[in-house]
Design a protein around this ligand. Structure first.
Ligand code: CU
Length: 163
């Protein structure tokens, strides 16, 4: 029965969907380039519902990122920065931002936020919807046959041992 137990555990581990890390990798990162006085990339295009992450560390000069109309503001200048801003659905357009101490030397950037594509009834054109649908179908598709297989394997092994 030890083999059946190992097989069972392996199959259970293999069928656990790996989704936990996905949420944090969705952000578009803006950092500071090697000249120390430019955002990199200085222009990004995203879709509403996505996150921008201002991230840099160990910078020679302290920086921040402030939007022209105060849509976002990373706060005080810092050599180590990790500031995220979510463009919630409905918040779209062109957002110009700058680094306060270095704006005059051209440390500015632009974020273009496209509106979400129009939602049509029951179509899977939207990648977000497609992703959710495939996630939902993933579990029943994989787990039902595998559980059946595990039970079958356990029964077969037990029968063999009894012989
Ligand atoms: Cu700066």
């Amino acid at each position: 029965m030890r083999i059946a137990l190992i097989v069972t555990l392996l199959i259970i581990f293999c069928t656990i969907p790996i989704v936990s890390a996905d949420n944090n990798t969705n952000a578009t990162i803006i950092t500071v380039d090697s000249t120390n006085l430019r955002f990199s990339p200085s222009t990004v295009t995203i879709t509403e519902g996505e996150t921008i992450r201002f991230f840099w560390d160990g910078q020679l000069l302290p920086h921040n990122a402030v939007e022209e109309n105060e849509t976002f503001d990373s706060g005080d200048t810092a050599s180590d920065q990790d500031y995220s801003f979510l463009f919630t659905p409905g918040l779209n357009g062109t957002f110009d931002y700058f680094c306060e101490p270095h704006r005059s030397v051209g440390m500015v950037g632009q974020i273009i936020v496209n509106p979400l594509p129009p939602q049509e009834n029951n179509t899977t054109e939207d990648p977000v919807i497609e992703e959710m649908v495939s996630d939902d179908s993933f579990m029943p598709f994989i787990s039902l046959p595998s559980i059946t297989a595990v039970i079958a394997a356990a029964v077969l092994l037990r029968v063999e041992e009894d012989d």
